[in-house]
Design a protein around this ligand. Sequence first.
Ligand code: HEM
Length: 359
Amino acid sequence: CRVASRRRGCRDGAPLPLSPWAIHVIGHLHHLAGALPHRAMRDLARRATARSCCSASASSPSSSPSSADAAREVMRARDLNFATRSMSRTVRLAFPSGTEGIIFAPYGEEWRQMRKVCTVELLSARRVQSFWEHEESTAAGNGGKEDLLDVLLRIQREGDLQVPITTDNIKSVVGDMLGTGSETVATVLQWIMAELMLNPRVMQKYMHLVIKETLRLHPPAPLLFPRECRSECQVLGFTVPKDAMVLVNAWAISRDPKHWDMPEEFVPERFENSKIDFKGTDFEYTPFGAGRRMCPGIAFAFVNMELILASLLYHFDWELPCGMEAADLDMTEELGVTVRRLQDLDLVPVVRVPLPSCR
Ligand code: HEM
């Protein structure tokens, strides 16, 4: 196959990433059939001698680093070169130029400006704290403080920006925040509750660690969000062509036995005396990504998850439905916007500490 052999060749002495056999037109897509992409790509990478794998359709080469070393190269050493997002034609139809919001925004001044506004106005630790104050003042009829939409509209009105903000882009940014903010957190909480039913010994004991361990085993975005190579470069001695889509397999890396003991087991205690964190400096554990395009919502997400989880565990004991054993819990994944549980999680709440309204 012409496409495959061209991609297998060398550029400037450095080979392209190892590539499985390809079929004309569809490239390597058949290797992804029958398994979720993060699992199929991990298996492909395991079969390759180097732990990085390239796949391609006729028109779009892509590379899926599945080792912490390759992830470090992409998201730290060459972060700037991979700091733009890859956009398929379908996504482009949904987000015409100038309405990409943050997640799909190409790297540049507009993205930087919008990310700064959201980080400072919505997602900084100070702002996350202040949301408590907001609820009370709104309830007291004081009108509350500005929310993200108010802020964006005000900034648009004031108009002293390097790149003017369009109303369509404001809509996309608000959509990004609602979408990423709710779907990811809801997905992780479902996995946490399922893992707690399988491992009741840790329930209520290590809440913070339980969240970290669940993010290791079940990152809701296992391939992070697609990056694009802005100009040809080398990663671990392999050439990554310009415009190649790069999908960092954070899921595979955080189960890599090279870095983790009992990688497939749910063991929150592993984080107890460990310095490994998800803040984007430990490349064996990057559920929120790393580098310039790393998730700006970590503080917000963590507070949200802790709050919801604390309420669920403080007020209720949780049991499996009558006749069901922990071993019967189906942990199969399903691909959607995030990688969620295929089956709904049905649990029985037993009230421990009634809510004020239930008294
Ligand atoms: C458990 C919860 C969450 C997880 C696991 C998660 C994970 C991620 C990941 C993997 C990325 C891509 C990073 C990369 O390319 O390196 C990302 C980007 C992003 N996340 Fe999150 N996220 C979560 C919650 C949130 C929340 C609560 C918000 C905001 C309310 C948020 C807003 C964003 C935005 C705006 C981006 C795009 C950043 C950019 O492209 O510059 N996320 N997130």
